[in-house]
Design a protein around this ligand. Sequence first.
Ligand code: AP5
Length: 231
Amino acid sequence: MGLNVIMLGAPGAGKGTQAERFARQRGLPKISTGEILRQGIKDQLPVALVTEAKMDRGELVDDETMVTIVRERLARPDTEGGFVLDGFPRTVSQARSLDAIVDERGNGPLVVVDIVVPEEDLVRRLAGRLICSKCGTNAAPADGPEMTCRQCGETLVQRADDSQQVVLERLKIYHRATEPLVDYYRGRPTFRTVNGAQPPDRVARELDATIDDAAGEGARAALGAPGSSRR
Ligand code: AP5
Protein backbone atom coordinates (compact mmCIF):
# COMPACT_ATOMS: atom_id res chain seq x y z
CA MET A 1 0.00 0.00 0.00
CA GLY A 2 1.39 3.42 -0.92
CA LEU A 3 1.75 6.45 1.33
CA ASN A 4 -0.45 9.05 -0.39
CA VAL A 5 -0.18 12.41 1.33
CA ILE A 6 -1.77 15.76 0.58
CA MET A 7 -0.72 18.94 2.33
CA LEU A 8 -3.46 21.54 2.78
CA GLY A 9 -2.92 25.05 4.08
CA ALA A 10 -3.14 28.72 3.17
CA PRO A 11 -0.56 30.41 0.93
CA GLY A 12 2.65 30.64 2.98
CA ALA A 13 1.65 27.94 5.48
CA GLY A 14 4.81 25.99 4.61
CA LYS A 15 3.26 23.28 2.41
CA GLY A 16 6.11 23.41 -0.11
CA THR A 17 8.84 23.53 2.56
CA GLN A 18 7.44 20.55 4.45
CA ALA A 19 6.36 18.54 1.39
CA GLU A 20 9.88 18.79 0.00
CA ARG A 21 11.44 17.61 3.22
CA PHE A 22 8.98 14.81 3.93
CA ALA A 23 9.10 13.49 0.36
CA ARG A 24 12.92 13.47 0.34
CA GLN A 25 13.08 11.61 3.67
CA ARG A 26 10.53 8.99 2.62
CA GLY A 27 11.77 8.58 -0.96
CA LEU A 28 8.46 9.74 -2.45
CA PRO A 29 7.89 12.13 -5.35
CA LYS A 30 6.82 15.63 -4.28
CA ILE A 31 4.21 16.95 -6.68
CA SER A 32 3.67 20.70 -6.42
CA THR A 33 1.08 22.00 -8.86
CA GLY A 34 2.35 25.59 -8.45
CA GLU A 35 5.88 24.45 -9.36
CA ILE A 36 4.63 22.41 -12.33
CA LEU A 37 2.84 25.50 -13.67
CA ARG A 38 5.79 27.85 -13.03
CA GLN A 39 8.21 25.42 -14.73
CA GLY A 40 5.78 25.02 -17.63
CA ILE A 41 5.71 28.79 -18.09
CA LYS A 42 9.53 28.91 -18.10
CA ASP A 43 9.57 26.11 -20.66
CA GLN A 44 6.97 28.00 -22.73
CA LEU A 45 4.50 25.08 -22.68
CA PRO A 46 1.15 26.23 -24.15
CA VAL A 47 -0.89 24.51 -21.37
CA ALA A 48 1.01 26.51 -18.73
CA LEU A 49 1.36 29.78 -20.64
CA VAL A 50 -2.43 30.24 -20.69
CA THR A 51 -2.42 30.09 -16.87
CA GLU A 52 0.27 32.76 -16.36
CA ALA A 53 -1.99 35.82 -16.15
CA LYS A 54 -4.29 34.09 -13.64
CA MET A 55 -1.36 33.04 -11.47
CA ASP A 56 0.10 36.55 -11.52
CA ARG A 57 -3.26 37.89 -10.30
CA GLY A 58 -3.40 35.22 -7.56
CA GLU A 59 -6.45 33.51 -9.08
CA LEU A 60 -6.95 29.77 -9.33
CA VAL A 61 -6.35 27.95 -12.60
CA ASP A 62 -9.44 26.07 -13.83
CA ASP A 63 -10.20 22.66 -12.31
CA GLU A 64 -10.13 20.77 -15.61
CA THR A 65 -6.57 21.86 -16.42
CA MET A 66 -5.34 21.07 -12.91
CA VAL A 67 -7.01 17.65 -12.75
CA THR A 68 -5.53 16.73 -16.16
CA ILE A 69 -2.04 17.73 -14.98
CA VAL A 70 -2.34 15.76 -11.72
CA ARG A 71 -3.93 12.70 -13.33
CA GLU A 72 -1.07 12.53 -15.83
CA ARG A 73 1.56 13.00 -13.11
CA LEU A 74 0.06 10.34 -10.83
CA ALA A 75 0.11 7.84 -13.70
CA ARG A 76 3.93 7.83 -13.74
CA PRO A 77 5.67 4.80 -12.22
CA ASP A 78 7.55 6.79 -9.54
CA THR A 79 4.24 7.24 -7.67
CA GLU A 80 3.80 3.50 -7.07
CA GLY A 81 5.02 3.79 -3.47
CA GLY A 82 2.86 6.89 -2.93
CA PHE A 83 3.27 10.64 -3.36
CA VAL A 84 3.22 13.97 -1.54
CA LEU A 85 0.89 16.50 -3.17
CA ASP A 86 1.46 20.21 -2.46
CA GLY A 87 -1.11 22.72 -3.73
CA PHE A 88 -3.67 20.20 -4.97
CA PRO A 89 -6.57 19.84 -4.44
CA ARG A 90 -7.64 23.45 -4.02
CA THR A 91 -11.37 23.17 -4.64
CA VAL A 92 -14.00 20.62 -3.64
CA SER A 93 -14.35 19.69 -7.30
CA GLN A 94 -10.59 18.92 -7.50
CA ALA A 95 -10.88 16.89 -4.27
CA ARG A 96 -13.68 14.76 -5.76
CA SER A 97 -11.58 14.14 -8.87
CA LEU A 98 -8.61 13.17 -6.70
CA ASP A 99 -10.76 10.71 -4.75
CA ALA A 100 -11.76 9.10 -8.05
CA ILE A 101 -8.10 8.89 -9.15
CA VAL A 102 -7.06 7.39 -5.78
CA ASP A 103 -9.91 4.84 -5.98
CA GLU A 104 -8.84 3.87 -9.52
CA ARG A 105 -5.23 3.43 -8.36
CA GLY A 106 -6.35 1.20 -5.48
CA ASN A 107 -3.05 1.83 -3.75
CA GLY A 108 -4.01 3.03 -0.28
CA PRO A 109 -6.07 5.90 1.13
CA LEU A 110 -5.22 9.59 1.19
CA VAL A 111 -3.56 11.02 4.28
CA VAL A 112 -4.68 14.65 4.54
CA VAL A 113 -2.68 17.12 6.64
CA ASP A 114 -3.86 20.69 7.13
CA ILE A 115 -0.97 22.99 8.14
CA VAL A 116 -2.48 25.81 10.21
CA VAL A 117 -0.78 29.23 10.57
CA PRO A 118 -2.28 32.57 11.74
CA GLU A 119 -3.02 35.01 8.91
CA GLU A 120 -0.60 37.71 10.12
CA ASP A 121 2.29 35.19 9.95
CA LEU A 122 1.30 34.19 6.42
CA VAL A 123 1.36 37.79 5.19
CA ARG A 124 4.73 38.41 6.84
CA ARG A 125 6.28 35.21 5.43
CA LEU A 126 5.15 35.88 1.87
CA ALA A 127 6.16 39.56 1.95
CA GLY A 128 9.68 38.48 2.95
CA ARG A 129 10.02 35.43 0.72
CA LEU A 130 12.70 35.38 -2.00
CA ILE A 131 13.04 32.67 -4.63
CA CYS A 132 15.77 31.79 -7.11
CA SER A 133 15.23 33.45 -10.49
CA LYS A 134 16.52 30.30 -12.21
CA CYS A 135 15.41 27.18 -10.30
CA GLY A 136 12.56 28.68 -8.21
CA THR A 137 13.86 27.36 -4.87
CA ASN A 138 12.74 29.30 -1.78
CA ALA A 139 15.71 31.10 -0.21
CA ALA A 140 16.62 30.23 3.37
CA PRO A 141 16.89 33.27 5.69
CA ALA A 142 20.69 32.87 5.66
CA ASP A 143 20.75 33.36 1.88
CA GLY A 144 19.56 36.97 2.22
CA PRO A 145 22.75 39.01 2.46
CA GLU A 146 24.41 37.26 -0.52
CA MET A 147 21.17 37.39 -2.52
CA THR A 148 22.09 34.22 -4.40
CA CYS A 149 20.51 30.76 -4.51
CA ARG A 150 22.09 28.06 -2.35
CA GLN A 151 21.20 25.43 -4.99
CA CYS A 152 22.47 27.03 -8.19
CA GLY A 153 24.02 30.39 -7.27
CA GLU A 154 21.58 32.50 -9.29
CA THR A 155 20.04 35.80 -8.14
CA LEU A 156 17.12 35.80 -5.67
CA VAL A 157 13.94 37.68 -6.58
CA GLN A 158 10.43 38.20 -5.21
CA ARG A 159 7.93 35.63 -6.56
CA ALA A 160 5.59 37.25 -9.12
CA ASP A 161 2.51 36.57 -6.95
CA ASP A 162 4.03 37.65 -3.60
CA SER A 163 3.31 41.39 -3.92
CA GLN A 164 1.13 42.60 -1.05
CA GLN A 165 -1.97 43.13 -3.21
CA VAL A 166 -1.74 39.68 -4.83
CA VAL A 167 -1.08 37.96 -1.48
CA LEU A 168 -4.31 39.47 -0.11
CA GLU A 169 -6.18 38.21 -3.19
CA ARG A 170 -4.65 34.71 -2.76
CA LEU A 171 -5.76 34.64 0.88
CA LYS A 172 -9.28 35.76 -0.08
CA ILE A 173 -9.51 33.00 -2.69
CA TYR A 174 -8.07 30.48 -0.21
CA HIS A 175 -10.85 31.26 2.30
CA ARG A 176 -13.55 31.08 -0.37
CA ALA A 177 -12.44 28.09 -2.48
CA THR A 178 -9.90 26.02 -0.57
CA GLU A 179 -10.78 26.26 3.12
CA PRO A 180 -14.05 24.33 2.51
CA LEU A 181 -11.79 21.33 1.82
CA VAL A 182 -11.18 21.07 5.55
CA ASP A 183 -14.87 20.26 6.02
CA TYR A 184 -14.77 17.94 3.02
CA TYR A 185 -12.00 15.85 4.61
CA ARG A 186 -12.58 16.36 8.34
CA GLY A 187 -14.71 13.27 8.91
CA ARG A 188 -12.08 10.87 7.54
CA PRO A 189 -9.92 8.78 9.85
CA THR A 190 -6.83 9.96 7.93
CA PHE A 191 -7.43 13.72 8.34
CA ARG A 192 -5.11 15.60 10.71
CA THR A 193 -4.13 19.20 11.50
CA VAL A 194 -0.61 20.35 12.33
CA ASN A 195 0.54 23.59 13.96
CA GLY A 196 2.56 25.35 11.25
CA ALA A 197 3.41 28.37 13.43
CA GLN A 198 6.57 26.80 14.84
CA PRO A 199 10.14 26.64 13.54
CA PRO A 200 10.35 24.44 10.41
CA ASP A 201 12.19 21.59 12.21
CA ARG A 202 9.46 21.33 14.81
CA VAL A 203 6.72 21.42 12.19
CA ALA A 204 8.59 18.62 10.38
CA ARG A 205 8.77 16.47 13.53
CA GLU A 206 5.05 16.97 14.24
CA LEU A 207 4.20 16.16 10.61
CA ASP A 208 6.29 13.01 10.62
CA ALA A 209 4.51 11.56 13.65
CA THR A 210 1.10 12.78 12.50
CA ILE A 211 1.37 11.29 9.02
CA ASP A 212 2.54 7.92 10.37
CA ASP A 213 -0.35 7.89 12.83
CA ALA A 214 -2.90 8.81 10.14
CA ALA A 215 -1.49 6.26 7.68
CA GLY A 216 -1.80 3.54 10.35
CA GLU A 217 -5.38 4.56 10.99
CA GLY A 218 -6.05 4.50 7.24
CA ALA A 219 -4.64 0.99 6.94
CA ARG A 220 -6.81 -0.23 9.84
CA ALA A 221 -9.88 1.44 8.30
CA ALA A 222 -9.15 -0.22 4.95
CA LEU A 223 -9.13 -3.58 6.70
CA GLY A 224 -12.40 -2.69 8.42
CA ALA A 225 -10.91 -2.85 11.92
CA PRO A 226 -13.31 -2.20 14.81
CA GLY A 227 -13.31 1.45 15.88
CA SER A 228 -12.17 2.67 12.47
CA SER A 229 -14.33 3.96 9.66
CA ARG A 230 -13.76 3.96 5.95
CA ARG A 231 -14.03 7.30 4.19
P1 AP5 B 1 1.41 27.56 -5.15
O1 AP5 B 1 2.77 27.59 -5.69
O2 AP5 B 1 0.84 26.26 -4.70
O3 AP5 B 1 1.31 28.69 -4.04
P2 AP5 B 1 0.59 28.74 -2.60
O4 AP5 B 1 -0.39 27.69 -2.27
O5 AP5 B 1 0.05 30.12 -2.54
O6 AP5 B 1 1.71 28.37 -1.70
P3 AP5 B 1 3.09 29.07 -1.41
O7 AP5 B 1 4.14 28.41 -2.26
O8 AP5 B 1 3.04 30.55 -1.48
O9 AP5 B 1 3.22 28.70 0.10
P4 AP5 B 1 3.53 27.33 0.82
O10 AP5 B 1 2.41 26.97 1.75
O11 AP5 B 1 4.02 26.27 -0.12
O12 AP5 B 1 4.71 27.83 1.75
P5 AP5 B 1 6.28 27.72 1.52
O13 AP5 B 1 6.77 26.42 2.02
O14 AP5 B 1 6.63 28.12 0.11
O15 AP5 B 1 0.38 28.12 -6.25
C1 AP5 B 1 0.64 29.30 -6.98
C2 AP5 B 1 -0.49 29.56 -7.95
O16 AP5 B 1 -0.59 28.47 -8.89
C3 AP5 B 1 -1.90 29.67 -7.37
O17 AP5 B 1 -2.17 30.97 -6.86
C4 AP5 B 1 -2.76 29.32 -8.59
O18 AP5 B 1 -2.84 30.40 -9.48
C5 AP5 B 1 -1.95 28.22 -9.25
N1 AP5 B 1 -2.32 26.87 -8.76
C6 AP5 B 1 -1.47 25.96 -8.18
N2 AP5 B 1 -2.13 24.85 -7.86
C7 AP5 B 1 -3.42 25.04 -8.24
C8 AP5 B 1 -4.59 24.23 -8.15
N3 AP5 B 1 -4.58 23.01 -7.60
N4 AP5 B 1 -5.76 24.76 -8.63
C9 AP5 B 1 -5.80 25.98 -9.19
N5 AP5 B 1 -4.72 26.79 -9.30
C10 AP5 B 1 -3.54 26.32 -8.83
O19 AP5 B 1 6.76 28.85 2.55
C11 AP5 B 1 6.45 30.22 2.33
C12 AP5 B 1 7.56 31.08 3.02
O20 AP5 B 1 7.51 30.85 4.42
C13 AP5 B 1 8.99 30.71 2.57
O21 AP5 B 1 9.75 31.87 2.52
C14 AP5 B 1 9.48 29.76 3.67
O22 AP5 B 1 10.87 29.78 3.81
C15 AP5 B 1 8.77 30.33 4.89
N6 AP5 B 1 8.45 29.31 5.89
C16 AP5 B 1 8.02 28.03 5.66
N7 AP5 B 1 7.81 27.39 6.82
C17 AP5 B 1 8.09 28.28 7.80
C18 AP5 B 1 8.06 28.22 9.24
N8 AP5 B 1 7.68 27.10 9.87
N9 AP5 B 1 8.41 29.32 9.93
C19 AP5 B 1 8.79 30.46 9.29
N10 AP5 B 1 8.86 30.59 7.93
C20 AP5 B 1 8.50 29.51 7.20
